[in-house]
Design a protein around this ligand. Structure first.
Ligand code: NOJ
Length: 551
């Protein structure tokens, strides 16, 4: 694998930057609605984020990614934007956002915002105009199509959240397309005017000081204009809960023109310096699309997929199979990895049994922080939170309500952050929280995890500080070792003359591994039984993990 090139030169061959700030960064994801409520209305807000900046800085992360806080009817909790340049009043004001940027930058924390360019809210002024007639100035800003002769939708495309991807609109006497909820009409990103509007939105936020963009569901941005039916996926039906999964989604999304639009975006953003871009890529073609969307250092900087957000539990084979696709060669971009976010069940609850919680949480955190790429930590992951329990009557996610109980289970990942174990609403809000606090999560509140005793929070901070200090862990090449034990994963991360050995036991049993890689000194061990400087061991306790500096 190639060594990362740390220096970039401009046309006069002058060094314009060293490694960009985002390369190897650890990024903390905030779901603002559930992070901290500063005004007692039950909904987390931007002032709440400002009040918790010292906490975030104490973790040692380099950046924050904020899920959407823009004006929105909240049909999909902010992923349905009705004005890209306004803050939803439930989250605060533009002044609050400007203050958040200022205060974050004072603490050397960058701000990444979430941009949703595949669809808007049905209450966006663009859609209001578009739906009025077939010949208004924005008539072609969304994806409209005539019904079939029998009144049926124009093709068989299905929406992610269930049911056809088409909704009838009597004003235009046409169907409009929506890949997600019917309240999220699909933008026609093929249209150059729409592309211009997107670029204009990006410029607006860059001028306010943002440092990067997470691009939501961006491989959904364009559709096949011939509206060709998707072919069937022919899966084992017992595994499928949504008609969406019964198709090969090759025409409603994933069009070859989308990465070219990413190039246009990059050309624009390059005018403003190191603005970070990361694509969210879901679907069966994620590995090749991640590659294509970040190719040749002329599209987006990075991409992440659902590799570790759904599917089978983490394993040595899975990590190796996934990461070995990222060799750093052939004009490849830089990957990003997430084990948890607002769309997925908490990793601890997916991958390990409750009795192994602490050992597993430490093992997974070390793994996340040693994968070659950027690491996203989702609020509460640093505490080792289990997935939240939500009773049916408290569900908010429309997908969860519609498909109960066979759901994606997103609400359990979106419960209020527990700050104080015994405080009102776990210290999240003095009002009635928009979703109730889970008492099981409150057990692990921030105030229970202090720096003066071993705990997950302290462990996370320490692991982050080790990664931050060592270029091998931040930027180094990755080479897998044969461990002779399917439960044990081992790889090295190397940068110049620095090398780290990273070893993980994913089993709930003690495991041995083929330990033939020379010596090294433990720098971080997932439990406290081995001290700093200890020689590397050939056996590991259940969920044991270590980083050792090669000597
Ligand atoms: C991905 C987002 O993460 C998810 O929360 C949202 O529902 C969909 N995209 C649609 O925007």
């Amino acid at each position: 694998m190639n060594v990362e090139t740390p220096i970039e030169l401009n046309a006069e061959n002058k060094q314009i930057s060293s490694t960009p700030w985002w390369k190897g960064a650890v990024i903390y994801q905030i779901y603002p609605r559930s992070f901290y409520d500063s005004n007692g209305d039950g909904v987390g807000d931007l002032r709440g984020c400002i009040e918790k900046l010292d906490y975030i800085a104490s973790l040692g992360v380099e950046a924050i990614w904020l899920s959407p806080f823009f004006q929105s009817p909240q049909a999909d909790y902010g992923y349905d934007i009705s004005d890209y340049k306004a803050i939803d009043p439930s989250f605060g004001t533009l002044q609050d956002f400007d203050d958040l940027i200022t205060e974050a930058h004072k603490r050397d924390i960058k701000i990444i915002i979430d941009q949703v360019y595949a669809h808007t809210s049905d209450q966006h002024a663009w859609f209001e105009e578009s739906r009025q007639s077939k010949n208004n100035p924005k008539a072609d800003w969304y994806v409209w199509a005539d019904p079939k002769i029998d009144g049926m939708p124009p093709n068989n495309w299905q929406s992610v959240f269930g049911g056809p991807a088409w909704e009838w609109d009597a004003r235009r006497q046409q169907y409009y397309m929506h890949n997600f909820l019917k309240e999220q009409p699909q933008l026609n990103v093929h249209n150059i005017e729409v592309q211009e509007a997107i670029l204009e939105t990006m410029r607006f936020w860059i001028k306010r000081g943002v440092d990067g963009f997470r691009m939501d569901a961006i491989n959904f941005a364009m559709h096949n204009r011939a509206l060709t039916d998707n072919p069937p996926a022919l899966l084992d039906m017992s595994r499928v809960t949504r008609p969406f999964d019964m198709q090969k989604r090759i025409h409603n999304q994933s069009q070859p023109e989308t990465p070219l639009f990413m190039e246009r975006i990059r050309q624009e953003l390059d005018k403003f310096g190191d603005i970070f871009t990361v694509a969210e890529i879901g679907g069966d073609e994620a590995p090749s699309e991640m590659r294509s969307y970040t190719a040749d250092n002329k599209r987006l900087n990075s991409a992440y997929s659902f590799d570790f957000l759904d599917g089978p539990p983490v394993s040595a084979d899975k990590v190796r199979g996934t990461l070995e696709k990222w060799t750093g060669e052939g004009g490849e971009g830089w990957p990003s990895w997430a084990f948890e976010n607002h769309d997925a069940r908490r990793a601890l609850s997916r991958w390990s049994a409750p009795e192994n919680r602490w050992d597993a949480a430490r093992c997974y955190m070390m793994l996340l922080l040693s994968l070659r790429g950027n690491a996203f930590i989702y609020q509460g992951e640093e505490l080792g939170l289990p997935h939240g329990e939500v009773a049916f009557e408290h569900l908010k996610d429309p997908e969860a309500i519609a498909n109960w109980p066979r759901t994606l289970g997103r609400d359990g990942a979106r419960l209020p952050m527990p700050w104080v174990k015994d405080g009102l609403n776990a210290g999240f809000s003095t009002g009635t929280p928009w979703m109730p606090v889970d008492p099981k999560q409150a057990e692990f509140a921030v105030d229970t995890q202090t720096d003066d005793a071993p705990c997950m929070l302290r462990f996370t901070k320490f692991a982050l500080s080790v990664r931050k200090k060592n270029k091998a862990l931040r930027l180094g090449n990755m080479n897998f070792l044969d461990t002779g034990n399917p439960s044990v994963l081992a790889f090295t991360r190397s940068y110049e003359d620095e090398q780290y050995l990273c070893v993980f036991n994913f089993s709930d049993k003690h495991s041995k591994w083929k330990h033939a890689v020379g010596s090294g000194h433990i720098v971080q061990f997932s439990d406290d039984s081995l001290s700093d400087g200890h020689e590397v061991p050939a056996d590991l306790p259940a969920y044991g993990a270590y980083w050792a500096k090669r000597v």
